[in-house]
Design a protein around this ligand. Structure first.
Ligand code: I3S
Length: 128
């Protein structure tokens, strides 16, 4: 692992624009409300920013940022979930606390990369 994984600034794994809706909070179902979200995978967390247009590489650094919400990936589960939406390329992320999100992109390669990268972080945390 690189020096940054030993403490201090968490490692940026990936950042980009995805469509997002939260579908459950603490196990309780929520009404869908899809919207574009700037998604940042950093350290053990998936961080969501509300206004993608206002984001710059500097603004998602810890301390400079105002994330809409943040998801702890430890113990999380990831599943392709095309049956949960009429949209294509949808996967579901469920946290240990019972929060569930759908993430989607029109671009096949992009959503596959996100799936693989998030799953690799979950797998790494499972091994710790
Ligand atoms: O799973 P649903 O209930 O069919 O999800 C759709 C609704 O959330 C819909 O909004 P209304 O609550 O106003 O009906 C959204 O506009 C749709 O995008 C949701 O379905 P998709 O298939 O896009 O996930």
């Amino acid at each position: 692992s690189s020096p940054d994984s030993e403490g201090g600034t968490p490692e940026l794994e990936k950042a980009g624009l995805l469509n997002k809706t939260k579908i459950a909070e603490g196990g309780r179902k929520l009404r869908k409300n899809w919207s574009p979200s700037w998604v940042v995978l950093v350290g053990n967390s998936l961080v969501f920013f509300k206004d993608p247009k206002s984001q710059t590489p500097a603004s998602w650094r810890p301390g400079n940022s105002r994330p809409e919400s943040s998801v702890d990936l430890r113990g999380a589960k990831l599943h392709w979930a095309n049956e949960l939406s009429s949209k294509k390329n949808v996967f579901k992320l469920r946290t240990v606390t019972g929060n569930e999100f759908l993430l989607q992109s029109e671009t096949d390669s992009l959503i596959k990369e996100w799936f693989i990268t998030i799953q690799s972080v979950i797998d790494r945390l499972d091994r710790e």
